[in-house]
Design a protein around this ligand. Structure first.
Ligand SMILES: Nc1ncnc2c1ncn2[C@@H]1O[C@H](COP(=O)(O)OP(=O)(O)OP(=O)(O)O)[C@@H](O)[C@H]1O
Ligand SMILES: [Mg+2]
Length: 316
């Protein structure tokens, strides 16, 4: 995960991250009487049971030592640290091309965040072209984000709370023929400006960068972007073009999806053994390594950060 750390640290140093205001605090949420959008919103949101689709590859809270769980927790630790330094509450998860793991990453990062006590997290499906978040949680697709933006449903109806957890889900909503026009609406910017006052994290799934302008537009109205690349699928050329298209819009890191664990730890045998050998082999799906891949940094690899994890409340 050192690549995650290195890349995110570089993003901080090079100013990819906006510093918009004061760091996050643990103070209780205000009543939002000044915001018609947020006032009493949480009380009006309906709960749904946590009922993930078996093929969704969601983190299993009962198996915290599985490789994806470890990697997503380490990634979470790092971005939470960044949140303490910068105004970073809304993130768009994107990738250069289709099927590289954007939805997989957005959903699992949101789950990892929501496992923390006192960390209300909203997962919003802003991929109006190929939405899958509703299927992963086996909830209705609508009403959702598109319905809210089109003025067809109030905000409280388009967000669902996952029972017994800190996780809130906004599915994509009914199909629209003009996703880009929806995202250009003043309501979209206002929504993304206001939601982080209520949710510590707003994590958005989005379409691929090189196939539609949606994610690029979203990155201009959110605090940061995470670029997912998938081992064996994403090409250097597409990463380069994607980074170039995002670099002015708060690219906070690149997450390498699909690496084998042995690729991660081969140079650190002692730590690999120390951390993992005593445990049964876990399915290794994800190397959550954020990096400025365009720089071709293939060197660093280190044991996952374990000492800086915030206290956890296992939920859902
Ligand atoms: N690390 C992984 N391990 C196992 N399966 C994965 C992993 N990452 C993604 N997948 C699977 O690969 C498929 C594509 O992933 P996903 O839907 O997240 O991609 P996407 O980038 O969101 O695609 P799209 O461009 O269509 O929105 C899904 O079936 C997902 O479960
Ligand atoms: Mg997707």
């Amino acid at each position: 995960m050192s690549r995650v750390h290195d890349a995110l640290r570089r993003a901080e140093q090079t100013g990819y991250l906006r510093t918009k205001g004061e760091p996050a605090t643990d103070t209780p949420a205000p009543p939002y009487t000044d915001s018609p959008l947020l006032a009493n919103l949480l009380e009006q949101i309906a709960e749904v049971p946590f009922n993930p689709s078996p093929d969704a590859h969601l983190l299993d809270a009962t198996k915290p030592h599985d490789a994806p769980s470890e990697e997503f927790r380490a990634f979470r630790t790092r971005i939470n640290h960044m949140q303490g330094l910068h105004q970073l509450h809304s993130l768009v998860v994107t990738s250069p091309s289709p099927a590289e793991g954007k939805s997989f990453t957005a959903v699992n990062l949101a789950l990892a965040e929501a496992h923390l006590a006192g960390n209300p997290t909203l997962l919003a499906d802003f991929d109006f072209r190929r939405p899958v978040v509703h299927r992963m949680f086996q909830i209705d697709r609508g009403p959702g984000a598109s319905d809210y933006l089109e003025g067809k449903a109030p905000l409280c109806k388009v967000i669902k709370k996952i029972a017994g957890s800190n996780l809130y889900v906004m599915p994509a909503g009914e199909a629209v023929i003009n996703p880009l026009e929806l995202l250009n609406l003043r309501e979209a910017k206002q929504l993304l400006d206001e939601l982080p006052r209520l949710f510590n994290w707003v994590i958005m799934d989005s379409p691929p960068l090189l196939f539609a302008a949606d994610a690029n537009l979203l990155s201009t109205i959110t605090d940061g972007s995470v670029l997912v690349v998938r081992v064996g699928i994403t090409t250097i050329d597409s990463v380069t073009r994607a980074v170039q298209s995002l670099c002015e819009n708060n690219l906070i890191g690149i997450l390498v999806n699909g690496a084998e664990r042995r690729e991660l730890y081969s140079k650190y045998t002692y730590y690999h053994n120390y951390y993992y050998e005593a445990r049964p082999a876990a399915g290794t799906h994800t190397e959550a390594a954020a990096d400025q891949a365009a720089e071709g940094d293939k060197q660093a690899s280190a044991p996952p950060a374990t000492g800086d994890k915030p206290p956890e409340a296992q939920q859902s």
